[in-house]
Design a protein around this ligand. Structure first.
Ligand code: SAM
Length: 220
Protein backbone atom coordinates (compact mmCIF):
# COMPACT_ATOMS: atom_id res chain seq x y z
CA UNK A 1 0.00 0.00 0.00
CA UNK A 2 1.54 3.32 -1.07
CA UNK A 3 1.59 6.10 1.51
CA UNK A 4 1.72 9.82 0.75
CA UNK A 5 1.41 13.08 2.80
CA UNK A 6 -0.05 12.58 6.26
CA UNK A 7 -3.83 12.98 6.05
CA UNK A 8 -5.54 15.58 8.23
CA UNK A 9 -9.12 16.78 8.83
CA UNK A 10 -12.30 15.02 9.96
CA UNK A 11 -11.99 12.05 7.61
CA UNK A 12 -8.57 11.22 9.07
CA UNK A 13 -10.01 10.97 12.61
CA UNK A 14 -12.96 9.41 14.47
CA UNK A 15 -15.51 10.83 12.00
CA UNK A 16 -13.90 8.89 9.14
CA UNK A 17 -13.45 5.76 11.20
CA UNK A 18 -17.14 5.83 12.21
CA UNK A 19 -18.16 6.21 8.54
CA UNK A 20 -16.04 3.21 7.57
CA UNK A 21 -17.42 1.14 10.43
CA UNK A 22 -21.01 1.92 9.40
CA UNK A 23 -20.34 1.03 5.76
CA UNK A 24 -17.78 -1.75 5.91
CA UNK A 25 -20.30 -4.52 5.27
CA UNK A 26 -22.35 -2.66 2.64
CA UNK A 27 -22.90 -4.82 -0.44
CA UNK A 28 -23.52 -3.91 -4.07
CA UNK A 29 -27.12 -5.00 -3.54
CA UNK A 30 -27.45 -2.58 -0.58
CA UNK A 31 -26.04 0.28 -2.69
CA UNK A 32 -28.35 -0.51 -5.59
CA UNK A 33 -31.42 -0.74 -3.34
CA UNK A 34 -30.54 2.58 -1.75
CA UNK A 35 -30.01 4.34 -5.09
CA UNK A 36 -33.21 2.89 -6.50
CA UNK A 37 -35.15 4.17 -3.50
CA UNK A 38 -33.46 7.59 -3.54
CA UNK A 39 -33.13 8.27 -7.28
CA UNK A 40 -35.24 5.66 -9.06
CA UNK A 41 -32.18 4.12 -10.72
CA UNK A 42 -29.56 1.65 -9.47
CA UNK A 43 -25.94 2.65 -9.09
CA UNK A 44 -25.02 -0.23 -11.39
CA UNK A 45 -27.20 1.32 -14.12
CA UNK A 46 -25.67 4.76 -13.53
CA UNK A 47 -22.09 3.48 -13.66
CA UNK A 48 -22.87 1.38 -16.71
CA UNK A 49 -23.96 4.55 -18.46
CA UNK A 50 -21.03 6.66 -17.26
CA UNK A 51 -18.49 4.00 -18.28
CA UNK A 52 -20.21 3.17 -21.57
CA UNK A 53 -17.66 2.45 -24.29
CA UNK A 54 -14.69 2.44 -21.92
CA UNK A 55 -12.24 -0.33 -22.79
CA UNK A 56 -12.44 -3.18 -20.25
CA UNK A 57 -8.60 -3.00 -20.11
CA UNK A 58 -8.72 0.62 -18.95
CA UNK A 59 -6.84 1.65 -15.82
CA UNK A 60 -9.42 3.16 -13.48
CA UNK A 61 -8.78 5.14 -10.29
CA UNK A 62 -11.52 5.89 -7.77
CA UNK A 63 -10.53 8.68 -5.39
CA UNK A 64 -12.11 8.35 -1.93
CA UNK A 65 -13.00 4.71 -2.53
CA UNK A 66 -13.71 3.77 1.09
CA UNK A 67 -14.06 -0.01 1.33
CA UNK A 68 -14.40 -0.25 -2.46
CA UNK A 69 -18.05 -1.13 -3.04
CA UNK A 70 -18.21 1.13 -6.13
CA UNK A 71 -15.13 -0.61 -7.53
CA UNK A 72 -16.90 -3.92 -7.00
CA UNK A 73 -19.67 -2.65 -9.29
CA UNK A 74 -17.05 -1.76 -11.91
CA UNK A 75 -15.52 -5.21 -11.52
CA UNK A 76 -18.97 -6.73 -12.10
CA UNK A 77 -19.22 -4.60 -15.23
CA UNK A 78 -16.05 -6.28 -16.50
CA UNK A 79 -13.26 -3.82 -15.62
CA UNK A 80 -10.04 -5.40 -14.40
CA UNK A 81 -7.53 -2.70 -13.55
CA UNK A 82 -9.07 -1.02 -10.55
CA UNK A 83 -7.21 1.31 -8.17
CA UNK A 84 -8.77 2.75 -5.04
CA UNK A 85 -7.26 5.73 -3.22
CA UNK A 86 -8.38 6.89 0.19
CA UNK A 87 -6.84 9.05 2.87
CA UNK A 88 -7.89 6.55 5.56
CA UNK A 89 -5.88 3.39 5.98
CA UNK A 90 -8.61 1.30 7.62
CA UNK A 91 -11.09 1.10 4.68
CA UNK A 92 -8.20 0.19 2.38
CA UNK A 93 -7.25 -2.71 4.65
CA UNK A 94 -10.90 -3.85 4.54
CA UNK A 95 -10.99 -3.45 0.74
CA UNK A 96 -7.79 -5.45 0.44
CA UNK A 97 -9.36 -8.30 2.42
CA UNK A 98 -12.77 -8.49 0.79
CA UNK A 99 -12.04 -7.10 -2.69
CA UNK A 100 -8.59 -8.42 -3.56
CA UNK A 101 -8.89 -7.23 -7.16
CA UNK A 102 -8.68 -3.59 -5.96
CA UNK A 103 -5.20 -2.02 -5.82
CA UNK A 104 -5.33 0.04 -2.60
CA UNK A 105 -3.40 3.30 -2.37
CA UNK A 106 -3.35 5.51 0.70
CA UNK A 107 -3.10 9.17 -0.25
CA UNK A 108 -4.85 12.51 -0.37
CA UNK A 109 -6.76 13.85 -3.35
CA UNK A 110 -4.76 17.05 -3.54
CA UNK A 111 -1.42 15.26 -3.92
CA UNK A 112 -2.21 12.19 -5.99
CA UNK A 113 0.85 9.92 -5.85
CA UNK A 114 0.85 9.16 -9.58
CA UNK A 115 2.60 10.52 -12.68
CA UNK A 116 0.64 12.57 -15.25
CA UNK A 117 -1.93 10.61 -17.34
CA UNK A 118 -1.54 7.48 -15.19
CA UNK A 119 -5.17 6.41 -15.55
CA UNK A 120 -7.61 6.14 -18.41
CA UNK A 121 -10.45 7.11 -16.08
CA UNK A 122 -10.41 8.91 -12.73
CA UNK A 123 -13.67 8.98 -10.82
CA UNK A 124 -15.13 10.39 -7.61
CA UNK A 125 -18.38 9.33 -6.01
CA UNK A 126 -19.55 11.51 -3.11
CA UNK A 127 -16.02 12.76 -2.47
CA UNK A 128 -15.63 16.22 -4.05
CA UNK A 129 -18.44 17.35 -1.74
CA UNK A 130 -16.09 16.66 1.17
CA UNK A 131 -13.14 18.67 -0.13
CA UNK A 132 -12.87 21.98 1.76
CA UNK A 133 -13.70 24.83 -0.66
CA UNK A 134 -10.22 26.37 -0.48
CA UNK A 135 -8.73 23.09 -1.80
CA UNK A 136 -11.26 22.26 -4.52
CA UNK A 137 -9.44 23.89 -7.44
CA UNK A 138 -6.12 22.20 -6.56
CA UNK A 139 -7.88 18.82 -6.25
CA UNK A 140 -9.60 19.19 -9.64
CA UNK A 141 -6.26 20.18 -11.22
CA UNK A 142 -4.62 17.05 -9.84
CA UNK A 143 -7.47 14.80 -11.04
CA UNK A 144 -7.23 16.26 -14.56
CA UNK A 145 -3.44 15.81 -14.45
CA UNK A 146 -3.77 12.07 -13.70
CA UNK A 147 -6.55 11.32 -16.21
CA UNK A 148 -5.63 10.36 -19.76
CA UNK A 149 -9.13 10.00 -21.16
CA UNK A 150 -12.11 10.48 -18.88
CA UNK A 151 -13.24 11.94 -15.58
CA UNK A 152 -16.40 10.48 -14.08
CA UNK A 153 -18.26 11.96 -11.14
CA UNK A 154 -21.36 11.50 -9.04
CA UNK A 155 -21.70 14.31 -6.52
CA UNK A 156 -24.44 16.22 -4.70
CA UNK A 157 -25.48 19.15 -6.87
CA UNK A 158 -26.23 22.82 -6.28
CA UNK A 159 -25.90 25.59 -8.88
CA UNK A 160 -23.30 27.31 -6.67
CA UNK A 161 -21.24 26.31 -3.65
CA UNK A 162 -23.62 25.54 -0.77
CA UNK A 163 -22.61 24.11 2.57
CA UNK A 164 -25.00 21.54 4.01
CA UNK A 165 -25.27 19.64 7.26
CA UNK A 166 -23.74 16.19 6.93
CA UNK A 167 -24.82 13.87 9.70
CA UNK A 168 -25.73 17.03 11.61
CA UNK A 169 -22.24 18.50 11.29
CA UNK A 170 -20.88 21.66 9.69
CA UNK A 171 -17.50 21.97 7.99
CA UNK A 172 -17.77 18.52 6.33
CA UNK A 173 -19.76 18.91 3.11
CA UNK A 174 -20.40 21.44 0.34
CA UNK A 175 -22.47 20.76 -2.77
CA UNK A 176 -21.70 22.51 -6.05
CA UNK A 177 -21.88 22.23 -9.84
CA UNK A 178 -18.68 20.19 -10.05
CA UNK A 179 -18.91 19.43 -13.78
CA UNK A 180 -18.95 23.18 -14.48
CA UNK A 181 -16.07 23.76 -12.06
CA UNK A 182 -13.93 21.22 -13.92
CA UNK A 183 -14.70 22.90 -17.22
CA UNK A 184 -13.85 26.41 -16.03
CA UNK A 185 -10.27 27.00 -17.11
CA UNK A 186 -9.31 23.36 -17.72
CA UNK A 187 -8.89 21.43 -20.93
CA UNK A 188 -11.86 19.14 -20.40
CA UNK A 189 -15.07 18.70 -22.33
CA UNK A 190 -18.41 17.57 -20.98
CA UNK A 191 -19.72 14.55 -22.85
CA UNK A 192 -22.53 13.54 -20.52
CA UNK A 193 -23.95 15.33 -17.51
CA UNK A 194 -27.29 15.11 -15.84
CA UNK A 195 -28.79 16.29 -12.61
CA UNK A 196 -30.94 13.56 -11.14
CA UNK A 197 -33.54 14.35 -8.54
CA UNK A 198 -34.28 12.64 -5.28
CA UNK A 199 -37.53 10.71 -5.59
CA UNK A 200 -37.73 9.11 -2.13
CA UNK A 201 -39.88 10.37 0.70
CA UNK A 202 -37.27 12.14 2.82
CA UNK A 203 -33.62 12.74 1.88
CA UNK A 204 -31.18 11.27 4.38
CA UNK A 205 -29.33 14.58 4.51
CA UNK A 206 -30.45 18.00 3.37
CA UNK A 207 -27.73 17.87 0.71
CA UNK A 208 -29.16 14.95 -1.16
CA UNK A 209 -32.02 16.50 -3.17
CA UNK A 210 -30.11 16.67 -6.43
CA UNK A 211 -27.23 14.59 -7.69
CA UNK A 212 -24.97 15.48 -10.60
CA UNK A 213 -23.65 12.55 -12.61
CA UNK A 214 -21.12 13.53 -15.22
CA UNK A 215 -18.51 12.31 -17.64
CA UNK A 216 -15.85 14.64 -19.01
CA UNK A 217 -13.20 14.03 -21.63
CA UNK A 218 -9.66 15.11 -20.85
CA UNK A 219 -7.32 16.18 -23.56
CA UNK A 220 -3.89 14.75 -22.81
C1 SAM B 1 -18.72 9.56 1.55
S1 SAM B 1 -17.33 8.45 1.42
C2 SAM B 1 -17.55 7.77 -0.22
C3 SAM B 1 -16.96 6.39 -0.39
C4 SAM B 1 -17.12 5.75 -1.76
N1 SAM B 1 -16.77 6.65 -2.85
C5 SAM B 1 -18.54 5.27 -1.96
O1 SAM B 1 -19.31 5.92 -2.69
O2 SAM B 1 -18.89 4.23 -1.38
C6 SAM B 1 -15.96 9.55 1.22
C7 SAM B 1 -14.61 8.84 1.22
O3 SAM B 1 -13.62 9.76 0.73
C8 SAM B 1 -12.48 9.74 1.57
N2 SAM B 1 -11.88 11.07 1.47
C9 SAM B 1 -12.38 12.24 1.94
N3 SAM B 1 -11.56 13.25 1.62
C10 SAM B 1 -10.50 12.72 0.94
C11 SAM B 1 -9.32 13.25 0.37
N4 SAM B 1 -9.06 14.55 0.43
N5 SAM B 1 -8.45 12.41 -0.24
C12 SAM B 1 -8.71 11.09 -0.31
N6 SAM B 1 -9.82 10.51 0.23
C13 SAM B 1 -10.71 11.32 0.84
C14 SAM B 1 -13.00 9.38 2.94
O4 SAM B 1 -12.00 8.83 3.77
C15 SAM B 1 -14.14 8.40 2.60
O5 SAM B 1 -13.69 7.08 2.58
Amino acid sequence: MTREPKPTGPWAGPFGAAYTERNRDETVEDVNDEYEERFGITQTALLKRLFDGVDRDARILEIGCGVGVQLEILQELGFEHLYGLDLQRYPLVVADQIRPYVHPVQGVARHLPFPDNSFDVVCTIEVLIHIPPDSTEAVLDDIVRCSRQLIVGSEYFAPTRTEFLYRGQRGIAWKDNFAALYEAGRDVEEVDAQVIEYVGEEPNTDGDRFRSVFRLETDD
